[in-house]
Design a protein around this ligand. Structure first.
Ligand SMILES: *Cc1c(COP(=O)(O)O)cnc(C)c1O
Length: 355
């Protein structure tokens, strides 16, 4: 399939790399592609970044049939643009598509289209330390129809956003709030896929956390409200007595690519790493006995996010005196060094953008 390219004749003023923030600036072009049952996925095109005009009855607006991905492109010191594990993102996009009755995409083709888009937008990949170009592939249901069923037509698009640090505080420990009243997802639901509704479902508890002075919510399982699942929209790791523990993929946890990267590096380094259920009470006990050494979240946006404090009911657990733990620091450095080309890529995670 040939990708049609229409260049924008009015280029935007590019922002200063040193003050990017996250998710509010978008590049000059985007990738679009449509689906209908007759033609399948068709009309792949790179066009000026623009609004999507929709009928108010468009199904995605009413029934939330929407999936997305999040990945990043990095620029090395020598100006080469690199993607981190893009194939895994497009595989996961298709897993999400299956879960929401959205037609599958050709993963290799979408990855190729992304590289073409990046080739056009290469000057938008920022250079300053810790900056990158965040990539958001999305698929939405487009039938103008009221009634619950899977849509017949879809739009796939990819937009790009130059970003700095995800948290304004930078690589500093965040404070997290354990919610007992709300759950993010249950096994059998959609917690293991990246669909819009999951994030809508997380907002109320997120506001509650923020009102109490906490940055993110620590989610417990939906059935017993006992086992730890994720933190905000990151996976979570604990270091207890020199063992790294992360909740296993229960069905309601998002299988993060950063999570998998942490696990793979830990195994490569012969560290003790275990995927298993971990109860909030076990954490409290480990903290009381002085064995809880480190907690951190993992996700594309922040890479690694150290946790300095947990609030659970009346208990406040301070982790590592509120400082960045050694493991959080070790994984952050290792992953970002691979991403920016400051270190070898021992596990074959990097794809360079060469067209
Ligand atoms: C995207 C996401 C993650 C992290 O996945 P990565 O592939 O590492 O970015 C974790 N939890 C949730 C709920 C997510 O949406």
């Amino acid at each position: 399939m040939q990708i049609t390219i229409t260049k924008s004749d009015k280029l935007k003023q590019r922002p200063d790399d040193s003050n990017l923030g996250f998710g509010s600036i978008f590049t000059d072009h985007m990738f679009n592609m449509d689906y209908n049952p007759e033609e399948g996925w068709h009309n792949p095109r790179i066009e000026p970044y623009s609004n999507i005009i929709m009928d108010p009855a468009t199904m995605v607006l009413h029934y939330g049939q929407s999936i997305f991905e999040g990945l990043k492109a990095f620029k090395t010191n020598s100006g080469i643009i690199r993607l981190f594990r893009p194939t895994d993102n497009f595989k996961r996009l298709n897993i999400s598509a299956r879960a929401l009755c959205i037609p599958k995409v050709d993963e290799d083709f979408i990855c190729f289209a992304l590289k073409q888009l990046l080739n056009i937008e290469k000057d938008w990949v920022p250079n300053a330390k810790e900056t990158s170009l965040y990539i958001r592939p999305t698929i939405i249901a487009m039938d103008p129809f009221l009634g619950v069923r899977a849509s017949n037509t879809y739009r796939l698009f990819i937009i790009l956003s130059p970003v700095g640090a995800y948290y304004k505080e930078g690589f500093n420990p965040i404070k997290i709030w354990v919610t007992k009243n709300h759950v993010r997802a249950v096994n059998g639901g959609l917690g293991n896929v990246k669909t819009a509704g999951n994030y809508a479902a997380s907002l109320y508890a997120g506001e509650e956390a923020r009102k109490n002075g906490y940055t993110q919510v620590l989610w417990l399982d939906g059935i017993e409200h006992k086992y730890v699942e994720e933190v905000g929209s990151m996976n979570i790791f604990f270091v207890i007595d020199d063992e790294i523990i992360t909740p296993g993929l229960s069905g309601s946890i998002l299988p993060g690519i950063t999570r998998d990267s942490v696990i793979s590096l830990a195994k490569m380094w012969d560290l003790k790493i275990t995927e298993r259920k971990i109860g909030i009470d076990e954490l409290v006990d480990a903290h009381e006995s002085g064995k809880l050494q480190d907690i951190f979240g993992s996700g594309t946006a922040a890479v690694i996010s150290p946790v300095g404090e947990i609030k659970y009911g009346k208990k406040v657990l301070t982790i590592n005196n509120g400082k960045v733990g050694t493991m959080a620091d070790k994984f952050y450095k290792a992953i970002t060094d691979i991403q920016y080309g400051r270190a070898e890529d021992p596990l074959g995670w990097i794809e360079e953008v060469i067209i």
